[in-house]
Design a protein around this ligand. Structure first.
Ligand SMILES: Nc1ncnc2c1ncn2[C@@H]1O[C@H](COP(=O)(O)OP(=O)(O)O)[C@@H](O)[C@H]1O
Ligand SMILES: [Mg+2]
Length: 634
């Protein structure tokens, strides 16, 4: 079965593991249709080889220089002055040094475009993918953890590319070249000794680093946990205050951070063990090689220059190996991080376009729910055998207790979830058999809880149709009865609404949401308690506009306050996932069932409220809290 869930903390759950992650990365480095990048890759490889060839010449030339100086020191000072310093060799030595550095830098410079392009492409793909995943996935995920998966994943790619390809591979190349030169030019004993020292060094580093890895993992895990907790806690800032739970939040954060502290301390102390061991192996290796070389010099099979060259080779070889522990660990970690990100890319959306589906045809907008059964969790059915027909251009209101499944209806229509059985059709076409894009373009939703982007009001309204003109935005705002409010703010349409829109009130937010849906001009409208946060006066104003907007558009209104839906062509009372009653307002009233009871209760509440308000006006009762938002009858 396709994987539709994702655990930000688990590691190595992907088949094929890290090797597969590396293989998955390759296409991004050799992108189809990007000849320029492919040339860069080839150029970088050539530069690696060239710079390493230059590198191994450095000790050889140094040895030569020593030898020619040795030859000079045996002749008289007058001749030295005449024959001169071995300028040629020393200059070549200088050139080799410069070349090895410069070629290395050039390699980085021309490869940067390739690796940065790969990073951007993978990040973009992940971002697109996240938006393609289903609502259920996003409701279950942890935002903090998820964004860190992407952040770490892209960093990992950067690291793997810049270090593994440009540190590990060149170093291995250098080890091979040096061994070959030692073998060919000097003595096989030194070559063997050097090679085994390097081998032991590498093996030791990898083993110890492997053992240390658990501390690093623990650090990451607790870091993740702490960040997730911190973000969740800050998002709930107000709630924390309402319950005075700052200390409790701090405790939770602290316990995660304490785990991090423990792991970080162990991580650092184990690094000391690694470094000391490396120094021992390196020291013994260098001393041994020099002892062998010294013996050879004494025996006369090697020159003093050769001795210097061997010494220089040893120093030079171990220089990049100094970082091996760090590089090995980072690469292992990067592989884990990269695997994690690719794992995220493997998660399949629960709601998918079937292969070869066509866009929804443009019809009048008749909606049919046909024997729909649905549950979020198979243990608890939400909709049972729900059937409803909304004729094109008419308005159907759905009412019912909170939790009855009203919002679920709109989520199913918008195909945030697929029905378990039965079907939803628009003009006879099953919504599961058309593209999600075309379906969603046809429907405008004003959701129950509106969240706005942390940008200006103009931006948030324009979101409904990015190519709308400013005049159209104002017209939509007027229809949604929000224009006057906007004009009363100091910054007008440029007012920034704050994160999630928290700097404007719930009612204002709802009206912004209505305005942007008006701007979208969809064929079908879904209002999910779209005016629930408004006071009754504003709600009346806006109802008028909404009726205007929904004229000739198929509209499903989910309502809470029954007074707002008395004009609906049909009213459906949803109870426990099925339709308990249906009909027009007057019919339902005379029937004396659920609807009539709800109506009576709300009327009584409204009268009670009115009495209170009047009393407050005349000063009989202090202007107590307005309870207009709490309407019994849910
Ligand atoms: N994503 C979800 N996962 C599980 N249960 C859910 C989910 N969304 C809603 N529910 C439950 O389904 C029931 C119907 O929800 P909803 O349609 O939002 O009710 P309402 O009629 O108040 O709009 C509620 O009891 C709610 O708790
Ligand atoms: Mg609801």
């Amino acid at each position: 079965m396709a994987k539709t869930t994702f655990d930000t903390d688990s590691v190595g759950t992907r088949k094929g593991g890290q090797l597969r992650a590396l293989a998955d990365l390759l296409p991004y480095l050799w992108p189809a249709g990007r000849l320029d990048l492919k040339i860069r890759v080839i150029g970088a490889v050539l530069f690696i080889v060239a710079s390493k060839i230059a590198v191994v010449f450095v000790p050889i030339l140094l040895g030569r220089a020593v030898d020619s100086l040795g030859a000079l020191s045996n002749t008289s000072p007058i001749v030295v002055g005449a024959v001169g310093v071995p300028v040629g060799i020393i200059v070549m030595y200088g050139i080799a040094r410069i070349a090895s550095q410069a070629l290395g830098q050039l390699r980085d410079a021309i490869f940067a475009r390739v690796s940065q392009n790969a990073i951007r492409t993978v990040a973009l793909r992940t971002f697109r993918h996240l938006h393609a995943l289903s609502l259920r996935f996003h409701l279950e995920r942890q935002t903090g953890g998820l964004s860190r998966v992407i952040e770490r994943g892209t960093k990992a790619i950067d690291f793997i590319l810049s270090f593994s390809l440009f540190n590990i591979v060149p170093t291995l190349l250098e080890i091979g070249l040096v061994t070959a030169i030692l073998l060919g030019r000097y003595s096989w004993t030194i070559a063997l000794f050097t090679f085994s020292t390097v081998a032991i060094y590498i093996a030791y580093t990898m083993t110890v680093t492997e053992w240390r890895l658990k501390y690093r993992r623990e650090m990451n895990r607790s870091d993740n946990e702490a960040m997730t907790k911190a973000i969740d806690s800050l998002l709930n800032f107000e709630t924390v205050k309402y319950f005075g739970n700052e200390a409790w939040e701090a405790d939770r954060f602290n316990s995660a951070m304490r785990n991090y502290e423990e792991a970080a301390v162990k991580n650092t102390s184990s690094l000391a063990i690694l470094n000391v061991g490396q120094a021992v192996v390196m020291g013994i290796g260098a001393t041994g090689a020099l002892l062998i070389a010294a013996q050879a010099v004494v025996r006369g099979s090697m020159s003093a220059g050769d001795f210097v060259a061997v010494s220089a080779f040893m120093t030079q070889l171990f220089m990049p190996l100094n970082f091996l522990g760090f590089v090995y660990r980072q690469i292992k970690q990067s592989l884990v991080d990269m695997e994690k990100m690719f794992e995220l890319l493997d998660v399949e959306s629960e709601v998918k376009d079937a292969p070869g589906v066509k866009p929804l045809k443009g019809g009048e907008g008749r909606i049919t729910f046909d024997a729909v059964n649905f549950s979020y969790d198979s243990r608890r059915p939400i909709l049972r055998d729900f059937s409803l027909e909304v004729a094109a251009g008419t308005t159907v209101a759905v009412v019912g207790a909170s939790g009855a499944g009203k919002s679920t209806l709109s989520r199913l229509m918008y195909r945030f979830y697929d029905v378990d059985s039965g079907s939803i059709r628009i003009d006879g076409e099953n919504i599961a058999d058309v593209t999600q894009g075309s379906l969603r373009a046809a429907i405008g939703v004003v959701p129950q809880d509106t969240v706005l982007f942390n940008d200006t009001i103009r931006y948030n309204i324009r979101y409904g149709r990015p190519d709308a003109t400013d005049d159209e935005i104002v017209a939509a705002a007027k229809l949604a009865s929000i224009h006057d409010f906007i004009m009363s703010t100091p910054d007008g349409y440029e007012t920034v609404v704050g994160e999630r829109g928290l700097k404007i009130s719930g009612g204002e937010k709802q009206r912004v949401a209505i305005a942007r849906t008006i701007l979208k001009r969809p064929r079908i409208l879904l209002f999910d308690e779209a005016t629930s946060a408004l006071d009754s006066r504003t709600e009346k104003d806006i109802q008028q506009s909404l009726r205007e907007v929904s004229r000739n558009r198929t509209t499903m209104t989910i309502a809470h306050r029954l007074s707002t839906i008395i004009h609906a062509d049909e009213i459906v009372v949803l109870d426990k996932g099925t339709i308990a009653e249906r009909g027009r307002h007057e019919e339902l009233l005379t029937r004396g069932g659920l609807y009539a009871t709800m109506w009576r209760r709300q009327q009584e509440a409204a009268e009670h409220l009115k009495a209170l308000e009047e009393a407050a006006d005349t000063g009989a009762v202090s202007p107590i809290k307005r309870v207009s938002e709490t309407v019994p009858g849910e």
